[in-house]
Design a protein. Structure first.
Length: 458
């Protein structure tokens, strides 16, 4: 474990320097000898959250561990530039390929350069970013959106998701900034970012409707696709729906289930807009999730509160809190990564025939962005379960969630019952559904289930 040289001293009055150091040490303890960062002891790893934790380690002085994390990604990258969705140890636990998950390495490496000034390390791993972005852009559609994933058989999904596409937009801009730092030109990336950013800001109907997820609400702002007054308006318009007063951000708006990662990310979105007072007030609420060992409970369900998932504390949750602390205090060189204006703007590229666009691609007034969403991790929420498969099938399916059915009861699972090998190394001991890798056994309506399963929601 590398020596701590962090300047991140906490958030005055809200989080002490000692608490930051304790949480950082907890995250470092979750790293395997090969550099892989897992969700919790004995748990699995997914590349998006692996990068998120590496970013937190970077700003808290664990630079050796952060470099080891990026080296693990380089070693596990597939020939087409992608990574599998989940790994358990050295085995593949979910063979889906998620475009947002694959793009995030660009944000992570540029964050590392900003925090450390270590351009040589970034140059050494730029080919990883190059291949990852090439994979992602292979799935950009004519309207600028990006298909969210390919299933374990390599079949692309037909639709895009708002949160994932928003995150890809930010990752593309980070990739461009990293290329510029290395004196490289990638005009195709700028073109793609312009098209994607326009779709996120102006065409919410181009994405699959997942309005209930908090990430769909704030990610267009967090990513920088919506800035200034439109961004402020979006957050304020959705505040009462997505924020539980005195507790934090609801993961899903239909339930009083607050997740610390969503709360911390919303803090960063508020900070990006310069809404510092609101950001500090919201950050204070993440303390409700803090454990004595420096870890953070994933979620708390109210009234109670009770931990949900049961007694789960995840690395990505703690990492999001530390990154929010860095943003609020402007401590590291990477603290402004999500702040609007920190990355060079890209020119909006409306799709052909887009109405209301000025000659030369001038900006439209962004819409409110409602109607689309996704998540690097799918979530379930603590709601009433459907009593039988028959009940589930009768449900009015609008926004669907996935479940497995056992003994006539709908049993929601935290992660998709998918495997990367022949019936082995399944995620959280969930068998492949009906012999299909990456396939749920039943689809049920949201009003009849406990909630949303907890894997990459893209």
């Amino acid at each position: 474990m590398s020596a701590i040289t962090s300047d991140l001293g906490g958030v005055p009055g809200l989080l002490t320097a000692e608490a930051v150091a304790q949480t950082a040490a907890h995250l470092a303890s979750l790293q395997r000898s090969n550099g892989q960062l897992v969700w919790f002891p004995g748990g699995h790893c997914d590349p998006w959250n692996h990068v998120e934790v590496a970013m937190a380690l970077t700003v808290t002085g664990y630079r050796d561990e952060a470099r080891a994390a990026y080296r693990w990604l380089a070693q596990r990258q597939l020939g087409d530039g992608s990574w599998f969705n989940y790994y358990r140890g050295d085995a593949v636990a979910d063979a889906r390929l998620d475009t947002n998950v694959c793009a995030y390495v660009a944000a992570g490496l540029f964050h590392y350069v900003l925090a450390t000034g270590d351009v040589d390390f970034a140059a050494e791993h730029f080919a990883v970013v190059d291949r990852a972005i090439a994979f992602v852009l292979r799935w950009q559609q004519d309207d600028g959106t990006v298909r969210w994933s390919l299933d374990s058989a390599g079949r692309p999904e037909s639709y895009a998701l708002l949160t994932g596409s928003s995150s890809i937009y930010h990752s593309l801009r980070c990739a461009l900034a990293l290329a510029e730092r290395l004196d490289l030109e990638r005009p195709a990336w700028a073109e793609a970012a312009g098209r994607l950013g326009h779709a996120v800001a102006h065409h919410p109907g181009a994405f699959a409707p997942k309005n209930e997820f908090a990430m769909d609400w704030y990610y267009p702002v967090l990513s920088g696709a919506l800035t200034g007054e439109p961004g402020v308006r979006r957050l304020r318009d959705g505040w009462d729906r997505h924020v539980m007063s005195s507790y934090g951000v609801r993961c899903v708006s239909t339930n009083d289930w607050v997740t610390a990662a969503e709360t911390a990310e919303c803090v960063i979105a508020l900070d990006a807009l310069g809404l510092t007072s609101e950001a500090l007030d919201l950050f204070d609420l993440t303390g409700r999730h803090r454990r004595d060992d420096g870890a953070y409970w994933t979620g708390l369900a109210y009234p109670g509160p009770v931990t949900f998932p049961d007694r789960e504390a995840t690395s990505y949750t703690a990492a999001a809190v530390l990154l929010a602390a860095d943003a609020l205090t402007s401590t590291s060189g990477a603290s402004a990564l999500f702040r609007h204006g920190a990355l060079a703007p890209v020119v909006a590229r409306p799709e052909p025939g887009c109405r209301g666009v000025r000659a030369g691609g001038g900006p439209l007034r962004p819409g409110d962005g409602r109607g689309a969403g996704d998540r690097r991790r799918r979530r379930r929420s603590p709601r009433r379960a459907a009593s039988s498969l028959q009940d589930a099938q009768r449900a009015d399916v609008v926004d669907v969630v996935e479940a497995v059915v056992e003994g006539g009861q709908v049993d929601l699972v935290r992660r998709s019952p998918a495997v990367g090998g022949v019936g082995e190394d399944d995620v959280d001991q969930q068998a492949a559904a009906d012999g299909h890798l990456g396939r749920p056994r039943a689809i049920v309506g949201p009003r009849d289930v406990v909630g949303v399963p907890a894997v990459d929601e893209e």
